[in-house]
Design a protein around this ligand. Structure first.
Ligand SMILES: [Mg+2]
Length: 128
């Protein structure tokens, strides 16, 4: 079902695990989101550079080539204001403080449930 708040918003999914990425794509597609994808940290930086109208980035922390922390810091050099939400694995709750201290706007814990993701994105929408 399309979501009135998320419809037409541009969201970059950064996830190296293919099945997780497809799962997130399916949820956001249903909500009417315009989706971009990146499979590693460097690609996330490149896609952000080429798409100045991204509303939210959903960033996995453990990524090949460049991890989520390094990718975020590069992205902050390009876009200080962009909303970046970390995806962190269950059991890595100690990362919570590090994530928020690193400049992420928020985080969501894996496994990600559809309704939690939708709510998390809505509360973090720019201008809300
Ligand atoms: Mg990963």
């Amino acid at each position: 079902m399309e979501n009135e708040f998320l419809k037409g918003k541009k969201i970059l999914i950064v996830e190296d695990d293919l099945s997780s990425r497809l799962y997130l794509n399916k949820i956001l597609e249903k909500a009417g989101v315009v989706i971009l994808n990146a499979g590693d940290g460097q690609e996330a930086v490149d896609v952000t550079l080429n798409n100045p109208d991204i509303d939210i980035i959903l960033m996995d922390i453990q990524l090949p080539i460049m991890d989520g922390y390094s990718a975020l810091s590069k992205i902050r050099e390009i876009r200080q204001d962009i909303v970046v939400i970390a995806q962190t694995a269950y059991g890595l709750l100690g990362d919570k403080e590090k994530i928020l201290n690193s400049g992420f706007n928020d985080y969501i814990i894996k496994p990600i449930l559809s309704q939690n993701l939708i709510e998390k994105l809505i509360v973090n929408l720019p201008g809300k």
